[in-house]
Design a protein around this ligand. Structure first.
Ligand SMILES: [Zn+2]
Length: 128
């Protein structure tokens, strides 16, 4: 991508991805909480399956099932949260950061264009 800083015309541009990071963490926590219901089900299934091997097998099975259910919830939640955060980064936040002057900007109006080069510097300065 040939992105230029609208402030100093530098091409040393990096992405901040703050929404993606925050979204991933929030998603993982939410997924973990949601995973508790999965953990309860997993624990019941694990206990039933483990009981075949005796009372000890039931206890081990319920713990393993609970951990698995919680992990699956956390992972799927984290992925969904990161995806959501990525959209927030691209559409809402000024995700691009100039490494030369520290100016933050967004290129949403250039999405879909064949040449993502920034020309309208005044437009981007409106958010400052
Ligand atoms: Zn700059």
């Amino acid at each position: 991508m040939n992105i230029q800083c609208p402030n100093c015309q530098s091409i040393r541009i990096t992405t901040k991805d703050e929404g993606k990071k925050v979204g991933g963490v929030i998603g993982a926590i939410g997924g973990g909480i949601h995973g508790i219901s999965g953990a309860l089900k997993g624990s019941q299934v694990g206990r039933a399956v483990g009981s075949i091997a005796g009372p000890a097998g039931g206890a081990v099975g319920s713990v393993a099932g609970a951990i698995l259910g919680c992990l699956i919830g956390a992972i799927s939640g984290g992925v969904a949260g990161a995806k959501l955060g990525e959209i927030v980064d691209q559409r809402i936040l000024d995700n691009y950061l100039c490494q030369s002057c520290g100016h933050s900007f967004s290129i949403i109006c250039h999405a879909g264009h064949s040449e993502p080069k920034i020309v309208g510097a005044n437009f981007f300065n409106l958010t400052d």
